[in-house]
Design a protein around this ligand. Structure first.
Ligand code: SF4
Length: 203
């Protein structure tokens, strides 16, 4: 029997798994390049751009150095430094906790919001290509990506996840899905990667 992903004969090449990994690696390079282009134009680093976009899209409690370090798998000093620069450039501001004056959440200033509006489309070239594919095809890719991300999270390689497969409200078998929080079935497309209602399965 021919192993899955193998081509027999003179064009025989590497396993399909390895080709997928190679493809993901290329995409990761593209992502970094697109981010660098935007970063250069605005005089900030790619990680500072990612922090600004994260702060724009998440609630205050998640926007602190400890959480950001987990989200981006970076050290706290690296994130702390990036946040300091953003703060000094007045792109983010801090709201201090009333219970503990050492704790704070970051939010965007109007200058920070303006930059995120300008740079938020850095993935547009990828989106444009995806838009040309059929919905069914995209749905399948998305399902497999969600499984891959959940698997990496289970192995502790991705630290923070707010996707359905790591949520205690998720009921299903990875093919058919149901959300106990929303009390409704979910299509592949409706699975979430970053859900505000996510509640992690206790370890
Ligand atoms: S609460 Fe959110 S993450 Fe959890 S199963 Fe429902 S949609 Fe998915």
């Amino acid at each position: 029997m021919v192993p899955r992903g193998k081509i027999v004969g003179p064009f025989s090449c590497m396993d399909l798994e390895k080709k997928i990994i190679q493809g993901l690696e290329r995409l990761s390079d593209v992502f970094k390049t697109l981010l660098w282009e935007k970063a250069k134009n605005h005089g900030i680093s790619p990680i500072q751009i990612q922090i600004l976009i994260f702060v724009k899209n998440h609630r205050l409690e998640l926007c602190n150095v400890t959480q950001l370090a987990k989200e981006f798998s970076l050290t706290k000093p690296t994130v702390s430094d990036a946040v300091r620069v953003l703060y000094e450039k007045e792109l983010v501001a801090k709201e201090f906790s009333s219970a503990d004056s050492r704790r704070y959440g970051l939010f965007l200033t109007s200058a920070g919001r303006k930059i995120t509006d300008e740079i938020g489309d850095f993935t547009k070239p990828i989106e444009t290509i995806l838009e040309e594919r059929a919905d069914k095809e995209l749905e399948t890719v998305y399902l497999h990506l969600t499984h891959l991300i959940a698997g990496l999270h289970k192995k502790g390689i991705i630290q923070v996840q707010r996707n359905c497969f790591s949520c205690r409200f998720y009921r299903g078998n990875g093919i058919k899905h149901f959300c106990g929080y929303l009390d409704q079935p979910l299509t592949h497309e409706e699975l979430r990667l970053d859900c505000a209602e996510h509640d992690a399965i206790p370890q």
